[in-house]
Design a protein around this ligand. Structure first.
Ligand SMILES: N[C@@H](CCC(=O)N[C@@H](CS)C(=O)NCC(=O)O)C(=O)O
Length: 201
C-alpha cells in the first residue's frame, strides 16, 4: 500500500503514528506529495477527488481517504485497540476535536500562504484561532481524565494537533491557561512514534 502525504501535515502525521504504533511500516510505502487547496497534485486527485492528504492507495480496492477513515482502517487491519468499544464515542469525539484544531490551524496557514495578500482576512484568521483556543480550553477542562488513560486514537490525534501548533503557530503560545494539557503533551510527545514523525517543512 502507498500513503500519499507530506511531512508537514498533521493529518498525515496521525496516520504515520498509527502505522508505527500498530507495527505496519513494512507494508506501507510513504510517498511525499505537494498539494494545496488551489493546486491539487494530480496523483492525489486520482486517489481522493477533493485533492486532500492523507490518502491510502490499496492494491486491489479503491483508495481510502480522510485521516479518521484511514486510522480506523489501519486499526482494524492490525487488530489493534485504538478505538476501544468501552469509550468509542468519547474517543471519536476527542479525535474530532483534535482534527478541528488541526483544520483551523491549517486554514490559518493557507490564508497567509495561498491566498493573495489583498484578499487575506485578519478577522477570519483570528476567528480560526478562536476555534483553536475554545477547543484547547474544552479539552483541558473536560477531557484530561480520558487523556490520562491508555493510549487510543484520540491521544494520537491530540498529540499531532498540539505538535502542529508548535510547528506553525509557536508565537501564539497555546499553552497559556491550559497547564494540564501542556503537561500531558510534554509526556506524550516523547513517544518513539511521535519523535519519528515530528513535522518538517
Ligand atoms: N479531514 C481531512 C483533512 C485533510 C487535509 O485538510 N489535509 C491538508 C493537508 S494538512 C490538505 O490536503 N490540503 C489540501 C487541500 O485542502 O486541497 C483528513 O482528516 O484527512
Amino acid at each position: 500500500m502507498q500513503l500519499l502525504g507530506s511531512p508537514a501535515s498533521p493529518f498525515v502525521r496521525k496516520v504515520r503514528v498509527v502505522i508505527l504504533e500498530t507495527d505496519q511500516t513494512a507494508e506501507i510505502e510513504e510517498v511525499d506529495v505537494s498539494t494545496t487547496p488551489v493546486n491539487s497534485a494530480t496523483e492525489v486527485i486520482a486517489a481522493n477527488p477533493t485533492g486532500k492528504i492523507p490518502a491510502l492507495i490499496r492494491p486491489d480496492r479503491p483508495a481510502i481517504y480522510d485521516s479518521r477513515v484511514i486510522c480506523q482502517f489501519l486499526n482494524d487491519r492490525a487488530k489493534a485497540d485504538l478505538y476501544p468499544d468501552a469509550r468509542k464515542w468519547d474517543t471519536l469525539t476527542l479525535e474530532a476535536t483534535a482534527d478541528a484544531i488541526m483544520e483551523a490551524a491549517v486554514l490559518m496557514v493557507y490564508e497567509k500562504r495561498v491566498r493573495p495578500e489583498n484578499e487575506q482576512s485578519p478577522a477570519w484568521i483570528e476567528a480560526q484561532w478562536g476555534k483553536v483556543q475554545r477547543a484547547l480550553d474544552a479539552v483541558n477542562t473536560r477531557w484530561m481524565s480520558h487523556l490520562a488513560g491508555p493510549m487510543d486514537a484520540a491521544h494520537i490525534a491530540m498529540g499531532c494537533a498540539l505538535g502542529y501548533l508548535d510547528f506553525r503557530h509557536e508565537g501564539r503560545g497555546w499553552r497559556s491557561g491550559v497547564d494540564g494539557l501542556a503537561d500531558w503533551y510534554e509526556a506524550f510527545s516523547v513517544r518513539d512514534s511521535m519523535q519519528k514523525t515530528a513535522p518538517t517543512a
